[in-house]
Write a protein that binds this ligand. Structure first.
Ligand code: NAD
Length: 338
């Protein structure tokens, strides 16, 4: 069977990781990535052997910088079966019309609204909803993190309601423009958008969220309180998390006390770009009292959505009907434990 031809629009934090993950799949081929301006990242794309596509009006600027391009962004759109749009939030709208005019499928990211595509994606919770779709949206890093743990809990115990406080990283590690670099910034518009974003995939879930931006770049941290539909035990909940796809249990007793040690673990695992694709749950921080469950989880914002994008391609391009089989294939290729 011919490989699905994939293009990645926007070679930033998410785009560069999606491109690398596509090259690891035996049922996909990376045709190329886009960059708007000549930069070290454009050179890095070339060094990795990726086709580089740029806006028509900037072709000369790339030539002047000595960077050889393969064509324009419009050329790339015409050469693929599916585009993974990793441009900054709210830029997707402008490209949606181009993808549709060219008759290619497109995946957008969590910075876009659900309304842009009408379908949102999470590998565990709703793989089949994007089956054969022209457009879909992989939800944000925080929403992906919440779905990875709340969906299996809801399946096992039925959730009455969930309340989450999200301690957000202020900026990604390579971003020196955003902050705060000193201070904690509460999101005062309440509840925050994260709950409704989870509901774009689990509309029945009663969930409310608050968020605080913190002076860190490594990861987000969630404190989660869940009222379950029945009484259970800490051990039973740990069993659910142990079997939940792309969830990794860690313990403070092993020295993983903060997100800094989680990132050190990712380096020890030798992951590409030191990424931690799994959602981290502290097993000694899980506690059940009656039907109330408390836990902490950490989200590596730069990478948890990457395997989801690969599964989303498989669902939209009808490469694998069984979501669990797609996840297993993606996990094998990226070194994620089953
Ligand atoms: P980024 O700023 O790191 O990368 C965006 C890339 O798009 C850059 O290379 C930029 O040059 C390029 N770009 C900008 N305008 C463009 C245009 N008009 N045409 C083509 N390329 C253009 O952003 P990111 O963090 O990778 O975020 C991309 C999407 O992923 C957003 O929707 C964001 O909300 C979502 N997301 C981000 C994170 C995160 O923590 N970084 C996590 C999950 C999802």
């Amino acid at each position: 069977m011919a490989k699905i031809r994939v293009g990645v629009n926007g070679f930033g934090t998410i785009g560069k990781r999606v491109a690398a993950a596509v090259t690891l799949q035996d049922d996909m081929e990376l045709v190329g990535v886009t960059k708007t301006r000549p930069s070290f990242e454009a050179q890095s794309a070339i060094a990795r052997g990726y086709g580089l596509y740029v806006p028509a009006e900037n072709v000369q600027a790339f030539a002047d910088a000595g960077i050889k391009v393969s064509g324009t962004i419009d050329d790339l759109i015409k050469s693929v079966d599916i585009m993974v749009d990793c441009t900054p939030g709210n830029v997707g709208e402008e490209y949606k019309a181009k993808y549709q005019a060219a008759g290619v499928k497109a995946i957008f990211q969590g910075g876009e609204d659900h309304a842009l595509t009408g379908i949102s994606f999470n590998s565990t919770a709703n793989y089949s909803e994007s089956w054969g779709a022209q457009l879909s949206r992989v939800v944000s890093c925080n929403t992906t993190g919440l779905l990875r743990t709340l969906n299996p809990l809801d399946k096992k115990f039925k959730i009455n309601n969930a309340f989450v406080t999200i301690v957000r990283r202020a900026a990604d590690p390579g971003d020196s423009k955003n902050g705060p670099i000193n201070g904690l910034e509460p999101s005062v518009k309440l509840p925050t958008h994260h709950g409704p974003d989870v509901q774009s995939i689990m509309p029945w879930l009663n969930i409310n969220t608050m968020a605080v931006k913190a002076s860190t770049t490594l990861m987000h941290l969630h404190t989660v309180v869940v009222q379950l539909g029945c009484e259970t035990t800490t051990e039973e909940v740990l069993e659910v998390f142990k079997n939940a796809p792309r969830v990794r249990l860690v313990s403070s007793k092993d020295g993983i006390k903060t997100t800094a040690q989680v990132m050190e673990l990712a380096r020890e695992l030798g992951r590409d770009r030191s990424d931690m694709y799994e959602i981290i749950v502290w097993k000694d921080g899980v506690k059940v009292v009656g039907n109330t469950l408390y836990y902490y989880q950490a989200v590596h914002q730069e990478s948890d959505v990457i395997p989801e994008n690969i599964d989303c391609i498989r669902s939209m391009c009808k490469l694998e009907q069984d979501g669990a089989a797609s996840q297993a294939k993606t996990n094998r290729s990226m070194g994620i434990p089953q």
